[in-house]
Design a protein around this ligand. Structure first.
Ligand code: CDP
Length: 221
């Protein structure tokens, strides 16, 4: 890693469901020695708790209470990757009170010395508008559904392509249309379309951006 990247350095990775953000974020964190926060897990943990409290329905008061009381161990709970928890997360994530309750934790994580990669929907727009590198990762709906299907099946779940595709589209539509921190690229984000890109190639492009930014810092730019 370049010495110029050794201080505070924030990489913001946003984009729709199953676009490859998590995989790219983990690879960048390993390569540059940055800490990684999958912010979707926070919303999934809130959604899971609210689902349980509401007997299968998401009630705003349950989601807000869950977000305010969220603890580190909630991020290790079983079933966080289940599609119904993803939908619950997306419903909870539309509530401004839920987002507000999770803000400080995310900002504190981003500010840690040694650098951090955060992936989510609003990292470059709301959580870290001053991030050093911002990427908006996309892929076609079909490619994303195929990838998510493979992930779910690898985890032992039953998943049909049509179901997964519909699930992603429903969640993306809600995430993009909500008033509170909608999913959208920051004006200064670099778009990374992974439809035809292997994960290695996507990571290489993202890493090159980080290297350039670090070199610019070293040169005082
Ligand atoms: O893994 P996947 O891309 O399918 O979703 P995720 O990143 O785990 O996020 C689950 C849900 O949490 C999303 O559909 C969003 O509604 C919400 N989310 C958000 O609103 N803001 C974030 N920074 C991260 C996730």
């Amino acid at each position: 890693m370049s010495a110029a990247c050794a201080g505070r350095f924030v990489v913001a990775l946003d984009g729709p469901a199953a676009a490859g953000k998590g995989t790219i974020a983990r690879a960048l964190a390993a390569r540059f020695g940055f800490a990684h926060l999958d912010t979707g897990l926070l919303y999934r943990a809130v959604g899971r708790k609210a689902l349980a409290a509401g007997g299968g329905a998401i009630r705003p008061e349950d989601a807000i209470r869950a977000a305010r009381a969220l603890r580190a161990e909630d991020l290790q709970a079983p079933g966080l990757r289940d599609p119904q928890v993803g939908q619950a997360a997306s419903q909870a994530a539309a509530l401004p009170e839920v987002r507000a309750a999770l803000l400080d934790f995310q900002r504190a994580f981003a500010a840690r010395p040694g650098g951090a990669v955060l992936d989510g929907r609003d990292i470059g727009t709301v959580i870290c508008p001053d991030a050093d590198v911002k990427l908006f990762v996309t892929a076609s709906d079909e490619v994303r559904a195929r990838r998510r299907c493979a992930e779910l099946r690898a985890g032992g779940a039953e998943a049909t392509f049509e179901q997964v595709l519909e699930d992603l589209r429903r969640r993306d539509a809600r995430d993009a249309a909500r008033e509170a921190a909608p999913m959208k690229p920051a004006p200064d984000a670099v778009l990374l379309d992974t439809t035809k890109l292997s994960i290695d190639a996507a990571v290489a492009q993202a890493a090159a951006l980080i290297e350039r930014k670090c070199a610019g810092r070293a040169g005082g730019g």
